[in-house]
Design a protein around this ligand. Structure first.
Ligand SMILES: [Mn+2]
Length: 309
């Protein structure tokens, strides 16, 4: 573990995954790159679920990396060097498959008791005492969810790691299911419905929009930010409640907007509960969905107004 962390502290790192990388490989690589830094080698391609994960994480990688330009090369979720897209010297192997004989890496961190490689990565992050943000938690979750065939197998450690990350990520099981299931169409329908019902306003050059859908509210909110919104509030009915998912653009975050704080304040003003990160947060309340969205809009404009002249 110590030796592994030493390598992870090196400056220029490349993280390699097995060819046709799955959510466990991509989740591991993404979490390492976000927490410790480093490029993700995408030259081996991704499988369909991992392809769906990529935009959800807003992850980027190198399609044709120059292997000689790195201080350290790390392999994740690959059981042997033959699974990697290139023949290169690997400094650190992080994996959970049965230890093979054919690695000549400097450090092997192989935990055969882990159900997913992302659990091994999680242990490393904990050992390093680094922070786990929402996106990293989601990436780690996706690996655990996919390598246990949607939690059909697991042990106490797996479920503890899973619930820890579920809490941090703020994701729900539908978000995870949407990666593994071929539900692209239903997500796209939610996005189209969300756009049909969209209301927007501008304030000091920022675009704020609200809408409501039946599900996938966080993905619809992401899509609206991609489409140009600075703040997107997307409401959906959840049991007897209304759940609002909010996302913010980098532009408005640079102005100091914090959606988690905004929702905390709103929860004190109306009957509701919310919180989260600066750029991604959620809010639960009850009542009329249009009225709730109107309050979100008003709150956002008030918050922007209070920030800077
Ligand atoms: Mn795996």
């Amino acid at each position: 573990m110590k030796k592994a962390l030493e390598i992870l502290r090196k400056k220029r790192k490349l993280i390699m995954m097995h060819q046709s990388a799955d959510p466990d490989a991509l989740g591991s690589a993404y979490a390492i790159s976000k927490v410790f830094g480093g490029d993700i080698d995408l030259s081996g391609g991704l499988n369909r679920p991992a392809k769906r994960m990529l935009p959800m994480l807003k992850a980027e990688g190198k399609l044709m990396p120059d292997y000689s330009s790195y201080d350290a090369i790390i392999s994740v979720d690959a059981a042997s060097p033959t699974q990697l897209p290139a023949k290169v010297h690997v400094d650190l192997v992080i994996d959970h498959h049965m230890k093979g004989e054919d690695w000549d890496a400097d450090v092997l961190l192989i935990d055969e008791d882990a159900f997913a490689c992302t659990q091994v990565v999680l242990d490393l992050i904990r050992e390093a005492d680094e922070e786990i943000d929402e996106d990293v938690a989601f990436a780690l979750l996706a690996g655990m969810y996919s390598d246990t065939k949607r939690l059909k197998i697991g042990d106490v450690r797996l479920f503890e790691d899973f619930t820890d990350m579920l809490e941090i990520s703020g994701a729900d099981m539908e978000d995870l299911a949407s990666i593994l299931e071929d539900r692209d169409m239903s997500i796209r329908i939610s996005i189209m419905k969300g756009m049909q019902r969209l209301k927007f306003d501008t304030f000091r050059g920022f675009m704020i929009c609200t809408t409501h859908v039946r599900s996938f509210e966080s993905m619809v909110a992401n899509a609206l930010v991609d489409a140009g919104a600075d703040i997107a509030f997307v409401a959906a009915p959840r049991n007897d409640e209304i759940r609002v998912s909010a996302r913010a653009s980098d532009r408005v975050l640079r102005e100091g907007l914090h959606l988690g704080a905004l929702f905390k304040e709103l929860g004190a003003e109306i009957d509701g509960e919310g919180g989260g990160h600066d750029g991604a947060a959620g809010f639960s309340t009850s009542g009329d969905i249009e009225a709730v969205l109107k309050m979100c809009m008003t709150k956002a404009i008030d918050t922007l107004r209070a920030q800077k002249p």
